[in-house]
Design a protein around this ligand. Structure first.
Ligand code: GDP
Ligand code: MN
Length: 349
């Protein structure tokens, strides 16, 4: 049980207090999951944790999207687990297929080449459709059009600590449009020409580049080359109107036309991250340091013991990834990011 000392929040004052009763003001928000029927048990584990740690107090909706029809089992099991309304959408085939301007023979040769080089998911067609869908289409699905905010959840994730406040309301109240918990380096081989397309976009659409952008997070040479830092997009809380804005759509269309989703293996993580870094002001990107999260193979666990106790965390702090050399938040990059993005407590130093 809690004692009087629980009200002493000075050591972790950045984290809003846990309120057991949900607030009355509901945000126009939903969870969103892209999944196959075969993902049912892995997504069930994720849902259970999201519900226990957060949604049992808020009952937000959950949208499931699939390039096939969901089967009865998937619908039955997930509906039983979600405390809000569940909705199931089939993806339109023109959002999950080759656009007319793609040379499918060239795409096939690229996949074979990536397969020979043993690049992760390098030989997969479906993974490429998935990355393109998450980059350019999920936010325009008819079911998603009804919402302003989304929280992306993937199969087999873990949430290690209580989240005692409405993260959607937090985003809205603080003028945030995009958020992350882990940042790392993208595999170079998957995106050899992505930055060329980005530079094309910057040149063609200077009107979409935010004044106070995060170019110095993305590039170490003033925008000439990409340093491969990106936010890990299997966790995202974000604003759907931003993704549906002219700025984002012009950006996505520029990239899509160049064909790298098929001729290379562009992931939605660098695509979203670069868009956020260029079209949003720094103040609109949020680092959820207090959301303890796992997606294979990386963990984000609060470094402060008091936070872990107050938030009833079950992660091992030794597993925290931030200080690993592969993280874009490792000490080498830490100072730069600290000054770029608000909300990172100095206590982590
Ligand atoms: P990873 O995290 O990059 O290893 O990729 P995942 O296998 O987790 O896929 C990312 C997300 O897309 C997950 O939510 C998957 O359930 C989903 N996904 C991946 N491939 C497909 C597919 O072919 N069809 C559908 N409907 N969902 C997919
Ligand atoms: Mn995944």
């Amino acid at each position: 049980g809690k004692t009087g000392q629980a009200s002493d929040t000075t050591s972790h004052s950045k984290i809003p207090e846990l309120v057991e009763t949900a607030q009355t003001e509901r945000m126009n928000a939903t969870f969103v999951t892209l999944a196959r029927n075969s993902d049912v048990w892995e997504i069930s584990r994720s849902i259970r944790q999201v519900e226990d740690r957060f949604n049992r107090r808020y009952h937000y909706d959950w949208v499931f999207l699939n390039d096939n029809d969901f089967d009865d089992q998937f619908i039955k099991v997930t509906t039983a687990l979600v405390s809000g309304k569940t909705r199931y959408g089939k993806i339109a085939s023109d959002h999950w297929s080759y656009p007319s301007f793609i040379d499918q023979e060239k795409a096939k040769e690229a996949r074979e080449d990536y397969g020979r080089r043993k690049v992760i998911y390098g030989d997969s067609v479906s993974y490429r459709h998935m990355c393109r869908y998450e980059s350019g289409f999920f936010f325009r699905h008819p079911l998603m059009m009804e919402y302003e905010w989304y929280w992306r959840v993937e199969p087999s994730i873990e949430l290690f600590c209580d989240i005692g406040y409405d993260t959607f309301k937090f985003m809205a109240d603080h003028g945030k449009k995009y958020s992350f918990v882990l940042s790392l380096y993208e595999y170079v081989e998957t995106i050899p020409t992505l930055w060329d397309s980005v530079k094309k976009f910057i040149k063609a659409h200077p009107e979409h580049i935010a004044e106070d952008n995060s170019m110095s997070f993305l590039s170490d040479d003033g925008g000439n080359t990409y340093n491969h830092c990106h936010f890990w997009s299997n966790f995202e809380i974000g604003n759907l109107d931003w993704l549906r804005s002219d700025a984002y759509i012009d950006y996505f269309d520029t990239l899509d036309r160049d064909g790298g989703f098929f001729y290379e293996r562009w992931g939605d993580a660098p695509v979203h991250s670069i868009a956020a870094g260029l079209t949003l002001n720094k103040s609109e990107i949020h680092f959820f340091n207090d959301i303890a999260y796992y997606h294979v193979p990386f963990t984000h666990c609060p470094t402060s013991e008091q936070d872990r106790i107050d938030l009833k965390c079950h992660c091992n702090p030794k597993d925290n990834f931030d200080w690993n050399g592969y993280s874009c938040e490792s000490p080498h990059f830490f100072f730069r990011i600290y000054f770029l993005l608000s909300g990172i407590p100095l206590s982590r130093l």
